[in-house]
Write a protein that binds this ligand. Structure first.
Ligand code: FES
Length: 147
């Protein structure tokens, strides 16, 4: 005898149907990720703002993990060049005596502006935008690099 106030009990068939629907949904989500990657869909990471206080060293070059910050002689213009080699991704070094950026892995060489000169790398080094901060008198107080 059924009690009229108790909710109906799910039968085995409806439980299995629910489980199969969940499994199909999870399988679809699992397939979606490689499909999106294959189609080239990427989520761009949020930009990072890295502040470097003035003055820069006498050489006009400041090295960070991700980039080199170069400044003109009067320090009014600045540019940032990525330190990730466009060949296979090694971290490049700046040779101050030769005024060159060189990759330690396969010796690709670049100008301080990131232009490729030689080596297996086929592309220039990427540039990052730099904002020069000045005080009220026009004196440079720092640089903000957007990575
Ligand atoms: S990784 Fe830089 S030249 Fe090969």
């Amino acid at each position: 005898m059924n009690c009229p106030a108790s909710p109906p009990q799910p039968d085995r068939r409806s439980v299995l149907t629910h489980l199969l629907r969940w499994a199909a949904g999870l399988s679809g989500l699992a397939l979606l990720h490689p499909l999106l990657k294959f189609s080239g869909f990427t989520v761009r990471p949020k930009p990072k703002y890295i502040k470097i206080a003035a003055p820069l060293p006498r050489s006009g070059v400041h090295a960070e993990r991700e980039f080199f910050l170069f400044a003109s002689a009067d320090r009014s213009t600045a540019w940032a060049v990525s330190r990730t080699c466009t060949h296979l991704g090694c971290r490049v070094n700046f040779l101050e005596d030769k005024q060159l950026i060189e990759c330690p892995c396969h010796q690709s060489r670049f100008t301080p502006q990131g232009e490729r000169l030689a080596g297996p790398a086929q592309r220039n080094l990427p540039m990052f935008s730099v904002e020069v901060e000045q005080d009220a008198t026009g004196k440079v107080t720092g640089y903000v690099v957007t990575v």
